[in-house]
Design a protein around this ligand. Structure first.
Ligand SMILES: Cc1cc2nc3c(=O)[nH]c(=O)nc-3n(C[C@H](O)[C@H](O)[C@H](O)COP(=O)(O)OP(=O)(O)OC[C@H]3O[C@@H](n4cnc5c(N)ncnc54)[C@H](O)[C@@H]3O)c2cc1C
Length: 374
């Protein structure tokens, strides 16, 4: 089939790889002028890594492996610990923190040079019984047998299918950076997740001396951007237990980026006829669980399996959406709340031995994935 993909982010590039490997003709249209190079880091869990492996994409040599997540109180007490090395053993794929730039590079590696057409913002989509046509900002059009809207959380394709108000701001946003911070933690495989009254902080070693670090704060779209964000973060979080003050002391404001989060209720049916959605376009969620990109990769896996069955393409797209609904709607509901609200009392960590916590994590991970378990 001839398949049009709108958006060349994580989902667009991954689905293009999958469809090309299955023998389809694929064209990808991206609004930006070039491949994105910013956006700091992403945690790829075993489920996303399983799909990457299926697509022939290896994370070897990039990012940092994560073996454990310790959740701490802001004064440094352990709330709970999660043994990710165990889930990696269970599913056969490591968990890793990687830069978005390097992940996109790996996804694009080996794809035809002319596959992605940059500077092509999709404006609208029309279809009849047999074909679907995308119209772009410059007035040109492209026609194919199927169209996949992988155009992210402000998706034009979704807006056309679902109307204007499907996605709403969540009540929080993230200041984040991927930078060279030379503290002991940076050279380990331990992800710290710290929560307190002032918000939440994540510190994630990302390999090669880099630390992915973030702070979640309350946010609404009407809020003005602080004049001096780093000074504001130091004021708010600088009294937390080590290593938060050390990270803030070593940080550089030029590396800081802000993302206000959004959320949509996942629908049972995402598309119509020959059009479907994939990734954030279908399920925008805050990064509370670090599953947005991982679930996007699960979409790619599920869509590839459905299309491989052949038959009526529109029916296959609806079957793909139906398969994805139970998992992704669960993840989306869990991710809606800020991690700052996930304040497990330290007593729980003391009452349950690490083995029970690891069993709970593995069960929970199982519910988030079809790809790694399948
Ligand atoms: C601060 C932060 C931290 C995160 N951390 C994690 C994490 O640790 N783990 C994880 O799994 N996920 C994480 N996520 C979520 C993850 O980034 C997204 O879920 C993932 O990028 C979704 O991929 P996508 O392809 O659907 O969308 P995107 O990667 O956003 O790609 C969409 C693409 O479509 C293009 N586009 C938009 N509109 C149009 C148009 N009209 N026409 C043509 N092209 C268009 C855009 O330019 C973009 O290139 C995080 C997100 C944020 C904001």
């Amino acid at each position: 089939m001839e398949i049009l993909v709108i958006g060349a982010g994580v989902g667009g590039l991954a689905v293009a790889r999958s469809l090309l490997a299955a023998g389809h003709r694929v064209r990808v249209f991206e609004r930006a002028a070039a491949r994105r190079t910013g956006g700091a880091g992403l945690t790829i869990f075993s489920n996303g890594n399983a799909v990457l492996n299926d697509l022939g994409v290896s994370l070897d040599g990039i990012g940092g492996r994560i073996d454990r997540i310790d959740a701490l109180t802001s004064d440094g007490r352990l709330r709970t610990t999660m043994n990710l090395a165990h889930t990696a053993d269970r599913f056969g794929f490591e968990n890793a923190s990687v830069s978005r730039r390097e992940l996109l590079e790996r996804l694009a590696d080996g794809l035809p040079d002319d596959l992605v057409r940059y500077g092509m913002g999709c404006r609208s989509v029309t279809q009849d019984h047999d074909r679907v046509t995308a119209t772009f900002d410059d007035g040109t059009t492209a026609t194919g047998d199927l169209l996949i809207g992988a155009d992210g959380h402000h998706s034009v394709v979704r807006r056309q299918l679902w109307g204007e108000d499907a996605v709403r701001p969540a009540s929080f946003g993230t200041w984040q950076s991927l930078s060279r911070i030379d503290i002991d933690l940076t050279h380990t495989h331990l992800h710290l997740m710290i929560t307190g009254r002032e918000g939440a902080c994540g510190l994630i070693p990302a390999g090669n001396g880099l630390l992915q670090w973030w702070f979640d704060v309350r946010w609404s779209p009407a809020d003005p951007r602080p004049a001096a964000p780093l000074a504001e973060l130091r004021r708010r979080f600088g009294h937390w237990a080590s290593p938060v003050p050390e990270v803030l002391a070593a940080a550089d404001e030029d590396d800081l980026g802000f993302f206000g989060h959004h959320w949509n209720k996942v629908r049972r049916v995402w598309g119509e006829g020959r059009v479907t959605l994939l990734g954030d376009a279908a399920h925008t969620m805050p990064p509370t669980l670090g599953q947005g990109a991982n679930q996007t990769l699960e979409d790619v896996w599920a869509l590839g399996r459905e299309l491989a069955k052949g038959g009526d393409p529109a029916a296959r797209l609806r079957a793909y959406e139906k398969t994805r609904y139970p998992q992704v709607s669960l993840v989306s509901r869990l991710a809606r709340r800020s991690p700052a609200n996930w304040r497990i009392p330290p007593l729980i960590g003391r009452l349950f031995p690490e083995t029970s916590q690891t069993t709970m994590l593995t069960r929970y991970s199982n519910r988030l994935t079809a790809a790694a378990a399948g």
